[in-house]
Design a protein around this ligand. Structure first.
Ligand SMILES: C[S@@+](CC[C@H](N)C(=O)[O-])C[C@H]1O[C@@H](n2cnc3c(N)ncnc32)[C@H](O)[C@@H]1O
Ligand code: SF4
Length: 366
């Protein structure tokens, strides 16, 4: 079977956000040019080792849209020369609202990008300040309009809730503004205090406080508001208009093979999983010297893989077939008794209560 899903990690951001734990750095022109050459070389080498016929391409990060129009053109032209894209169904790119200009939006569209994820996070300027974002709500709205004007018909808006100091009414206003703009997809993430971030240190130091009840209230509001506006809640953090689910993310959740390019990018092929080195300079040097980019790797067992698929599946509205849960009879019974899981035909799916405990349920399988 050919590999049908490719991920590209672009590790550069205009400024590092205090809550973010992705592998990123502030970009500079010299580093970026060499990095793009390395990325293209890495793809070229991979096409010798694997049969690759992509159905989805995903440019994430970091901030792929922080590349200049000329750099994006160089990268995409190079990729088109190296990959057979005849079976491509979705081409995603993550964008920070501060980085979208009319010319760049047009280039992205003409290059073949089909779906853009705009990191809006909030429509409230005070909360954007708390998050240390480099854009205002007005900048985000302008970027959204520019993308529509450039011809994008598949747009996602990323939001975050449980931001320190965020009230229920601020979150309701953000949801209402999002719905008014009518994107095809909304990703709504509960803020996570990731280790080794400024936010985590502030939490430990007492400057920030976690409130599970408030988090649950904001999540419940999301689960009511977005579906009422026509967005199906198809995965714990994701809502889509019919037929607008992210095909790339669905591929991960269904356990398809994928290759990742760039520093810190993961690949999974069969039971083999590896992560590229988490260092842009080392990644670039290694590729250009013809050396392996792998930083760490592991062989999964069929049981570990089945557990991962059960955990991913439980987070989706499709749930998991009971056959695939036979390895965990105790967990299934326990979650049924707690009212977290119910049976729909031959599948186990999360109840409304279970959705509030999705991470706990998922962890039982991995
Ligand atoms: C890799 S970022 C890509 C978008 C772009 N870099 C930006 O921030 O605009 C993907 C999304 O992850 C979410 N995210 C990042 N850090 C998070 C955290 N600590 N907790 C919850 N969501 C987070 C944000 O909604 C962000 O838009
Ligand atoms: S949240 Fe996005 S823009 Fe901010 S540092 Fe992380 S990847 Fe970069």
């Amino acid at each position: 079977m050919p590999i049908r899903h490719l991920y590209f990690h672009i590790p550069f951001c205009p400024k590092l956000c205090p809550y973010c734990s992705f592998y990123v750095e502030v970009g500079s022109k010299n580093k970026t040019t060499a990095f793009l050459d390395a990325l293209l070389r890495n793809v070229e080498l991979a096409t010798r080792d694997y049969d690759i016929a992509p159905q989805t391409l995903y440019f994430g990060g970091g901030t792929p849209s922080a590349l200049t129009t000329a750099q994006l053109d160089y990268l995409f032209t190079g990729l088109r020369a190296r990959l057979d894209l005849r079976e491509l169904r979705e081409w995603d790119l993550e964008a920070n609202p501060a980085t979208i200009r009319p010319e760049k939006a047009r280039l992205l569209r003409e290059a073949g990008v089909t779906r853009l994820s705009l990191g809006v996070q909030s429509w409230d300027d005070a909360l954007l300040g708390t998050l240390g974002r480099v854009h205002s709500a007005a900048d985000a709205e302008r970027s959204f309009e520019l993308l529509r004007e450039a011809g994008f018909t598949n747009l996602n808006i990323d939001l975050m809730f449980s931001v320190p100091g965020q009230s229920l009414s601020q979150w309701e206003a953000t949801l209402a503004k999002t719905i008014a703009l009518a994107p095809e997809h909304v990703s709504s993430y509960c803020l996570t205090y990731e280790e080794d971030t400024e936010y985590f240190r502030k939490l430990l130091g007492g400057a920030f406080r976690q409130d599970d009840e408030h988090d649950a209230q904001l999540f419940e509001t999301t689960m009511e508001t977005l579906p009422a506006a026509g967005y199906a809640h198809y995965e714990i953090s994701n809502y889509a208009r019919p037929g607008r689910e992210s095909l790339h993310n669905l591929a991960y959740w269904q356990g398809r093979d994928y290759l990742g390019f760039g520093p810190s990018a993961f690949s999974t092929v069969g039971l083999r999983r590896w992560e590229n080195v988490r260092d842009t300079a080392a990644y670039t040097e290694r590729v250009l010297a013809g050396e392996s980019t792998i930083g760490s790797s592991e062989m999964l067992t069929t049981q570990i893989r089945a557990g991962e698929l059960a955990a991913f599946g439980m987070r989706t509205s499709a749930g998991v077939s009971l056959d695939n849960l036979q390895l965990w009879p105790g967990a299934l019974d326990e979650f049924r008794e707690l009212g977290f899981i119910e049976q729909h035909n031959d599948r186990a799916v999360l109840t409304r209560r279970g959705k509030m405990m999705a991470d706990t349920v998922a962890e039982a399988f991995v």
